[in-house]
Design a protein around this ligand. Sequence first.
Ligand code: BES
Ligand code: MN
Ligand code: ZN
Length: 500
Amino acid sequence: MKFSVKATQIEKQSKTCLIVGIHEAGQFTESAKIIDKATQGHLRNALKQGTFQGKIGQLLPLFHLPGSLFDCVCLVGAGPMDKLTPAQFRQMVTLTFKTLSATSIQKASCYFTELKVEGKSLAWKVKHCVEAASEGVYCFDLFKTQKNSQNSLRDIILHVADPKQVKMAETALKQGLAIAQGVILTKNMANLPSNVCTPTFLAAQAKALAKDYTAISTNILGEKEMQKLGMGAILGVSQGSAEEAKLICMTYKGTKTPKAPIALIGKGVTFDSGGNSLKSPDSMVGMKYDMCGAATVLGVMKAAAELKLPLHLVGIIPAVENMPGGTAYKPEDILTSLSGQTIEVISTDAEGRLILADALTYCTRYKPSAVIDIATLTGAVVIALGHHATGLMTNHDPLAKALLHAGTESHDRAWQLPLWEEYQEQIKSPFADMANTGGRAAGTITAACFLSRFANHLNWAHLDVAGTAAMMAGTSERMATGRPVPLLMQYLIDQAASKQ
Ligand code: BES
Ligand code: MN
Ligand code: ZN
């Protein structure tokens, strides 16, 4: 799908499908008025039939319009005039492109940017049009013998009203395209089953990115190297698996001027069985997605490289498989982490924090200005925030502010939970420096408390994406979302802008 921005003249659009928003109560946008006039009142007539009321979620395709050059007009419900929310705008776009991708339409001119969205600029609308359209046509059928991806959409023009806006809209378009590409990579990696997507496979993907983009370099540490360094926490989690653990280290250098990098650390548990603290069969389904943090790091690296962001980034992915068995680590085992701190394992199912602990310590060697870890860390965050907000915890308030703002702007939102010292009590161990679980109360926060002990000298934020990175409800509705790639990309775009 190729996107471009143009200040088009509607009447001159030939051999294309016009996509036009229609408000409730038959209120016409500028483009609808022009189309209606050019087709001798065809739109008004079509609406008179009353089946399409302009409600969000409604679509009405019209073919064979009298006296026009275009092939078809797709009317899309835009709800009551002046009341369109950002979420509804995205929903409209996604639905439209999902529907069009199931037709043989190849060319479309989209007039959604003329709709008023509460508090949002033209640039926002262009960027989100691209992202939401890409969401609508996304399909993961790699393992289906009957492919259902027959999306024939090739050429999408996003209309802007004023030729003077084209340049600005093109910048927004570029950002949207780069983010959409990152999101697709993240979804594709996450949706792979764990018999394909192993730690070694993730390492190969990181290497492939370094091949594709000269600004990216990838270095992989195997178990031998990790042993030498003393990464007892990662190795402890991995020791029950037949798959070798990998520590994937990526750098992105988008500028020649030396700068402290921003580090992203992604939890890469390619399958989380729970280990010897075995999960129940029902809660094990969905655990191929326990590497969504890792997939996010790969997606962000790609999007940043596509956009040529003038920043330095570090991406660290501790990649392991968490399995039970005779060689696996056990409850009450004590691990010595890379930091030297000892950890008593209470649950082998609280493995994410263990691998992140060593990755946090390891990343200090890059002297990062900020560190953000992304992890499907706790079931508790799903109970607290559901599937709409990512849990955010941090030891550095300016970082919280920047990430929350980026979340709102990208509509990939996060919500902050407290990291007060009082919660630290819950992870005391009588035998080691700390325990790896803190009981049922505030499970998301005590997991972050654990991580905070490895982030002492860092400006660090933790994103718990267990509820947002993938939909796991029911076995037939599982799918990766690509979150929080849009949030992180917005944060990085903001950082790049503020540092210039
Ligand atoms: N990967 C899971 C968290 C998870 C749960 C992600 C549900 C997505 C959906 C994590 O490793 C885990 O098992 N966490 C435990 C922690 C507990 C043992 C302290 C949990 O949340 O139950
Ligand atoms: Mn687990
Ligand atoms: Zn896990």
